[in-house]
Every structure is written in C-alpha cells, then in structure tokens.
Design a binder for this molecule. Structure first.
Ligand SMILES: *Cc1c(COP(=O)(O)O)cnc(C)c1O
Length: 423
C-alpha cells in the first residue's frame, strides 16, 4: 500500500506546502531533483527581478536611492530578510560576493596564524572550492597546506564523525571550516556541539551553509558561531550566479575586514570619498565592491516565499520527503546494487539523498533521458534533492519507479559510465 501511487497522492493531499509548487517554473516534461545545485525560478523571484529592471529603466542612477528597493540598501535588506533563516540578528547577515570570495574574505580576516596556532581544520569531504580557498590563504601566509591544512578523515568512507573532528581540535588549529551539511552525502553536522568544543579550545569556527540554507533552520547567533557563508542559488532559488551571503557574529563587529573596498564602508560616510577607510560596524563591512544588483533582485521574491512558507515547515516536509524516498528505495530497489550514503536518522539527514551505485554516472544519464534531473558526484553518487517548496510525494514516487525501470530494463547500459563536463 505504501508503495503505491495512491498513497503518495494521499501524502500530497495532507501536505500544507503543496500549493507552493504552483509558484514555480519547471523545465518542460521533467521532474527536477537538482535544486541543491541550482534551484528553480519562482514567479515571485521573476517579478522582483523585473521590478528591479524597471527601476533601472525609470530612474537610471537615481535608482540607488529611489524605487521600492533602492540599490544602495539592497544587500542589507536581503541580509535582514535572510537573518531568520540563519537564526541571526538582522545586522549579522549581508548578501555579497560569491560563496568562495566570502570564504576568502572571512579567512583573510579571521585566520591570523601566531605562535603554534598556524593550522586550519576542515574535512576530507569538503567542497573543492573551499579547499582551494583555504590552501591559497595558507600560501598567502607562507604556510604549506601539506603541513598546515588538517583534514578530518571519514572512518568508513561515508560519514564524518563529530568525535573525530573534536579530537583533531588541537592547540595548533587557528580556524575550523566545516559544512553545516556535507554536499556529497547530505550529512548534517552538529553545529552547536562543534562550536562549543572549538570555543573551549580557543579556536575560531566558521560554517559553510551552502547545503542547508533554505532547507534547514539554523541558530548561529545563539550558538555563538563565529562566522558562516552560504550560497543563494541552491535551496534559496536566487538564480544562476546569485550573489552569496555571509554571517558574522555580533561579538566580532568592529573588526576591520581584510579585503576592503568602498562598499565595506559605513554607509553614511561611504560617499565622503575619503581615502581614510571607515568600515561598517556590522556584517556589511565584508562587502567589497558594488553589489550585483540585477543578480540579487530575484532574491527579494525568493526570500519572501521561503519566509512565508516558514523554515520549520520546510524542514518538516523535507524530512518527510527524504524519509519517504529512503523507504521506497529500500523496498523498491532492493537487490539492485544501491546503497544509501546519507545518514538515515532525521537529525543527521540534510535536504538531499545520496544514492550510491557503481554505475551511478550512467544511471544519471538514463534518468535524464526519462526527464528526471538528478546530479552525479564522482565516483559513484547519484544525488536526489526533493526540494520541499516544489517537489511532492508523488514526484518522489515517480522518480523511484523510474530508477527501478532503468535497472530492470538495463537502460543505463547504452550510456558511457563517465560524467558530463558539467555534472
Ligand atoms: C555550491 C557550493 C559552493 C559554491 O561556491 P561558489 O563560489 O558559489 O561557486 C561552495 N561550497 C559549497 C559547500 C557548495 O555547496
């Protein structure tokens, strides 16, 4: 009964967020399961983009102070709108730069190797761009990553254990950079525990929230997290190239950002055009140059939608969707060579499910041919993200049925088991 379409439809009928699906555009004839790589466009995000374009048409340079959303305050306004998603104070969040640039900015500011404390701690599953940024920051200080980048290993090749992270927090670590949710396996790390343990040892800790923002609630201010950075084009649905965001805890306000520019300035004195730099006394100080207004504009609508749906309800539905998906995979795909690389407990499960199979690359291609959009992460992971705002229980049902068909008919064999240029 649980493995039937009618059961899925019953779950949809009971879902309080089901109607939000109508607010999104979908690539024709697809079940899009890749919202953790690039979220889809909502009608509200399209509207706020077009309104901003209209403001540009109408006001030209005066758009910086005129119109419904003056450009000069847009980064701050979006920061304020994002704060509830991070459990932050409004002035602790700013939308600016790209995710990777924000990591550079934050490390340049917070990583001050001194005496024995010359190392950065991260994990072996970290997103490559984060690792490149960390390594280049180490090189910048004349420190070689072979010696000064400590990567926590996974004991079993699947999960990163908090205990292992904590036992790597030595007095040689200056800064810790960890994901809130690991992008490959969808594992949630215990931010509260890790922050307390880092602080007991005098270590600064920052989180990459790319795979949790918009799908999982956070509590960064109360937990005392030092800083965080995140992406706006995944679960936030801000569109390709949407500027990223960052959080800096209030206790660090007044620090001078290492990578300064005129938009790091206190807003009331920025246009004095003085060569004497006066940074903003909040997260705004971590901006650098002119904000990418047109790329930020869709976020106005996207954030309105997420805040209206409510992050707690989004998380609840997300867990229901991924839990349902895991149950279906266990029963429908048994004996077909799949294993679930994501944690099964709801506490440790993020917004997506990582399905492991040795033919993963070509299973993904076969799925795409059938109109299902997953993504592939080498060497053997199919990631499926049932985004709560626009995916339903019947979508999850259809996806698992399609995988089953592909395996039974061996449809994947006609593709090569290798990834595309963009996977
Ligand atoms: C998506 C993602 C990034 C992307 O960084 P950009 O600067 O936006 O390209 C970085 N880290 C993680 C963990 C991500 O998931």
């Amino acid at each position: 009964m649980r493995n039937s379409k009618s059961y899925a439809l019953q779950l949809d009928a009971r879902d309080p967020l089901h109607h939000y699906k109508k607010e999104f555009y979908f690539p024709p004839k697809t079940i899009y399961m890749d919202g953790n790589s690039l979220g889809l466009l909502s009608k509200r995000a399209e509207k706020s983009l077009l309104e901003t374009v209209k403001s540009y048409k109408l006001f030209g340079i005066d758009g910086w102070l005129k119109g419904d959303n003056p450009y000069f305050y847009l980064a701050e306004k979006l920061g304020e709108m994002t704060a509830p998603l991070l459990g932050a104070l409004p002035e602790e969040v700013i939308v600016a730069n790209s995710t990777t640039v924000n990591l550079h900015q934050l490390l340049a500011t917070f990583f001050k190797p001194k005496g024995k404390r010359t190392k950065i701690l991260a994990d072996e599953f970290a997103f490559p761009s984060d690792i490149y940024a960390i390594k280049s920051q180490l090189f910048f200080h004349g420190l070689h990553p072979d010696k000064h980048l400590v990567l926590v290993k996974s004991r079993d090749g699947k999960i990163i254990y908090e205990d292992d992270i904590i036992s790597s927090m030595t007095d040689e670590i200056g800064v810790i950079i960890l994901p809130t949710v690991i992008y490959r396996n969808g594992q949630v790390l215990d931010v509260n525990l890790l922050t307390q343990e880092a602080h007991k040892r005098g270590i600064i800790i920052g989180f990459d929230a790319c795979h949790s923002i918009g799908v999982i609630p956070h509590n960064f201010h109360k937990q005392g997290v030092d800083f965080a950075f995140y992406c706006n084009y995944k679960y936030m649905n801000g569109g390709p190239g949407a500027p990223a965001g960052l959080f800096v805890h209030k206790k660090h306000f007044g620090k001078v950002p290492a990578l300064a520019g005129w938009f790091s300035s206190a807003k009331d004195t920025q246009f004095d055009m003085s060569h004497e730099f006066k940074p903003a006394k909040n997260a705004g100080a971590y901006q650098i140059g002119t904000p990418h207004i047109l790329s930020m504009a869709p976020l106005l609508g996207a954030l309105e939608l997420i805040n209206e749906a409510g992050i707690d309800r989004i998380r609840e539905k997300s867990l229901d969707l991924t839990g349902y998906m895991i149950k279906l995979i266990d029963s429908e795909l048994a004996g077909m060579g799949f294993s679930i690389a994501s944690p099964r407990s709801s506490k440790a499960r993020g917004g997506h499910v990582a399905l492991q199979h040795k033919e993963a690359a070509r299973i993904c291609k076969a799925l795409k041919e059938k109109g299902i959009v997953p993504d592939f992460r080498p060497p053997d992971i199919v990631r499926l993200a049932p985004v709560p705002l626009y995916r339903s229980f019947s979508d999850v049902f259809e996806v698992v049925q399609s995988i089953k068909k592909i395996m039974m008919n061996k449809d994947f064999l006609k593709f090569k088991n290798e990834r595309e240029v963009v996977a």
